[in-house]
Write a protein that binds this ligand. Structure first.
Ligand code: AMP
Length: 184
């Protein structure tokens, strides 16, 4: 089963995704965009201003990147994508097109004030206070509806993301284990 990790910025999605790196090929749209920006590709140039402001990068860029990654195959773990209901709907179609089943969607549940603390401790260029606020506003407006989408479309699960890193990892593991057995 492919996986989707979603939740507010600073919820620990990327950290937890990396712990599953040997089992799942990571498709982190944020990481992929930062790489494009670093290499100065056409996508990187188009994404630059959006990344700096913490705004959502246009879907045509996101889906060209994601499509290429899905085509490489393997067990997939989407981190930070989909971020809007429209992206979620389009991803459902794309997975069908590639003959893949519905992914398991894991929601990282955590309050706004806790993520602000975590984000201010990170050293990323887009973790400035103004940008953080914009990303949280966009999250509330655009990404929260994705919760309902996956609640009503398939294998939805949530994890309390304010536990320690190891505790969150253990919760994820116990969710994945029976899900995997069912697949076999
Ligand atoms: P992240 O690393 O997931 O926090 O993403 C960092 C930034 O990349 C976001 O603030 C957006 O500007 C952009 N981004 C990442 N994923 C997406 C996506 N699925 N759709 C649009 N923009 C994205």
């Amino acid at each position: 089963m492919d996986l989707i990790f979603f939740g507010p910025p600073g919820a620990g999605k990327g950290t937890q995704a990396k712990r599953l790196e040997s089992e799942y090929r990571q498709i982190s749209t944020g990481d992929l965009l930062r790489e494009h920006r670093k290499k100065g590709t056409e996508f990187g140039k188009r994404a630059q201003a959006f990344l700096d402001r913490g705004d959502l990068v246009p879907d045509d860029v996101i889906f060209q990147i994601v499509r290429e990654e899905i085509a490489k195959g393997g067990n997939l773990l989407f981190d930070g994508f989909p971020r809007t209901r429209a992206q979620a709907e389009r991803l459902t179609e794309l997975m069908r097109e590639f003959g893949r089943g519905a992914p398991g969607a894991l929601f990282f549940k955590i309050d706004g004030p806790k993520v602000i603390d975590r984000l201010l401790k990170r050293q990323r260029a887009d973790d400035k206070p103004e940008t953080i606020q914009n990303r949280l506003d966009i999250y509330a407006k655009e990404t929260e509806p994705v919760i309902d989408y996956y609640r009503s479309h398939g294998n939805f699960h949530e994890v309390p993301a304010d536990l320690t890193e190891d505790e969150v990892a253990a919760r994820i593991r116990s969710w994945l284990t029976p899900a995997r057995q069912l697949q076999q």
